[in-house]
Each structure stands twice: as C-alpha cells, then as structure tokens.
Ligand binder design. Structure first.
Ligand SMILES: [Zn+2]
Length: 343
C-alpha cells in the first residue's frame, strides 16, 4: 500500500525580534482515488459545548418528527412501493422525504425523543434505526425496482453537520446513481483490482492492521481505522466490513458491530467537545467483488464557534480540497482507548 505525502514548510518572521518560525504542513494523497487532503492549520482539538437545553428547547414545539406530529404531517409512500404507507418499528417511523435528492428517498426517525445527546446514542438504538432502513431497502429490492442498485444511509447529526432539525433521523435512499466520491472510489477500486488482482480494501485493512499507526480495532469482522487522507477537520473514522461488497450483504451481526464502533467514535469525539457528525454508507452494487462495504464517520465542528463559522470554507466547498487540523496518527492515539475495549 502506497501512502504518499508532500511535506511543506512555511517560514514566518516574529514582528518584534525578527526570529524565524517554521510552520509545517502536509499534502496527502488518498491511496485509492488520489484525492488530496491537507494536514495543516494545526490546533488543539478542543471545543466548547453549548447550552444544549437552550439550543434544543425552542425547537421541540415546532418539530415535525416529534410524536404528536410525525404521524399526522409526514407523507405516505404510494401503494405500489409501501402498501401500508410508512414503515413503523416501535416509536421509529420511516416515511418519504419531501425534500428528496433521488426518486426513492426516505427519512427514518430515531424514535420519539426530540433530542438525544451524542453520548446517549446506544448501539441498540442505532441497530433499530438501521434495521428500519433495511426493511425499506429489502422492499425496494423485492420489487426489482430500477433504483435498487446502491442502498445508502446518510446521517447528519445536529445542525453543524447540515441537519436542519435537532430530532435525530437518518436519510435513507436507494439509487442507481452513485454519488461523486462513492463512484470515484468504485471506479478506482475496479482499476486496482484489474491491475493488482486483489481487493484494495482488503489490502488496506491488512496494511493498516499490521502498521498500527492508524488502526483502531475490530468489532466482529468490521475493521476500524483513522483515514490517511481525512475529509473532516478533526479526522475521519473509517469502518470496513470484511467479505461484504454491498449494503444488502450485511448481516444482523454486522449491523450490531458497526453500531458498537460508531458509539465508540462518538464517545471519543465527545471528549474533544464535538457534538455533531456526518456518517455515510459507501457501497458497491451486488456482485461488485472489487470493493468492500465501508462507512465513514466524520465529526463536524466550527472554525469559529462563537461566530458559528462552519468548518467548510472556499478550499473545501469550491475546490473539494479538505483540511485536517491534526495528524491522523495523533488523532488515532486520542481515539484508540475506546476501541481497545470495543469487541
Ligand atoms: Zn422532535
């Protein structure tokens, strides 16, 4: 496995005594796609948590996902897709997304509780949410729907992640149109397989597990590591499931293992004061043996918390060039203790 980095240095002069100071930075290449990520803008990974009570209280009254409203205002699926209109599991509800970004888009709530602090999100809760999404995927698959190719769960938790609501929920969709980065990864993994005769993701896990620098641990057959070229400003946690290439290949045990690892990542980032994240499934289509199912957990925060400045600026938004404010290997050291006791 080739991990390429271009080391750079900025030299500045102290305004008073004119002594020089060197500031390092690094441009890393993602070993699969070649996408570059900058390790720079170094700072202590520590943020202040807001007053959550104040932040969430007002929003409860008008929340469309709270139990007094969710069943009266959210739409139904058409009868050909879901004859009963919505999928319901206990207090969790899955219904069509009225702001869909594809033809088969759904939203699944995490139950009746309006605000669930990140550290109170249990593996059981995540598994229940995933299971409800899988019920939807299986319906779509059974119908042999033309969009039943990539089955994706996205999770925006809390506003800093892009969520417009406090109430925890999942974005659930089945699509024949792979989103950009997922498509680029699939194309690159296919090329890698052709060139090397091996699966990139298997090779990555093997290399990271033996090198240890970014490896966090395992839950069952799911391997957890810090990405070499992260997307998030506080790094990313990547989970790769051995032997599985598409979402519907995941077992009930895999869902529990992934949920457990996610709560470990949440616990570790909570200590830094982070309380928001994105999580996406990256899946191949059925039979894409050149890839492996993986999910990416990326904490979200602010460049300036007092001003509410998002952690995405022009560099990332328009160039899609990411920056991470600490070395992923150091971030791994901050997270690993949670994972050691995970499996
Ligand atoms: Zn609510």
């Amino acid at each position: 496995m080739k991990f390429e980095a271009h080391l750079k240095e900025t030299v500045v002069l102290d305004p008073k005594n004119k002594t020089t100071r060197a500031i390092p930075s690094e441009i890393r290449k993602d070993p699969l796609t070649g996408r570059t990520a900058r390790i720079c803008h170094f700072m202590k990974l520590k943020w202040e948590k807001p007053d959550f009570e104040k932040m969430t209280a007002e929003t409860e009254k008008i929340c469309p996902f709270c139990p007094d409203k969710v069943l009266s205002i959210t739409p139904y699926f058409t009868e050909d897709l879901i004859p009963e209109g919505r999928l319901i599991s206990g207090d969790m509800v899955l219904f069509p997304n009225i702001a869909p970004y594809d033809s088969l888009g759904a939203v699944a709530t995490f139950g009746s509780r309006h605000y669930i602090p990140m550290t109170e999100i249990t593996p059981e809760l995540i598994v229940r949410g995933f299971r409800l999404a899988f019920d939807f995927f299986k319906r779509v698959e059974k119908l042999k729907h033309p969009e039943s190719v990539y089955h994706i769960i996205n999770w925006n938790y809390m506003p800093a992640s892009g969520s417009s609501l406090i109430h925890p929920h999942l974005q659930v969709f089945s699509t024949s149109s792979a989103p950009n980065l997922m498509r680029q990864e699939l194309e690159a993994a296919k090329e890698y397989y052709k060139a090397n005769g091996t699966n990139f993701w298997d090779d990555l896990v093997k290399s990271e597990e033996s090198e240890k620098k970014r490896f966090l641990g395992r839950t069952g057959r799911t391997a957890w590591l810090c990405s070499y070229a992260p997307i998030g400003v506080a790094g990313d946690v990547l989970a790769i499931v051995d032997g599985v290439n598409s979402t519907l290949g995941l077992t009930e045990k895999d869902l529990s293992d992934m949920a457990l690892g996610l709560t470990k990542a949440m616990a570790a980032y909570d200590r830094m004061g982070i309380y928001s994240f994105n999580m996406n499934f990256f899946t191949g289509a059925k039979g894409d043996d050149f890839t492996r199912f993986h999910l990416l957990f990326s904490p979200r925060t602010f460049f300036n918390q007092a001003l509410g400045t998002p952690d995405v600026g022009a560099l990332r938004n328009l160039f899609n060039e990411t920056l991470c404010m600490a070395f992923p290997e150091d971030i791994r050291d901050m997270l690993v203790s949670d994972f050691v006791t995970a499996s």
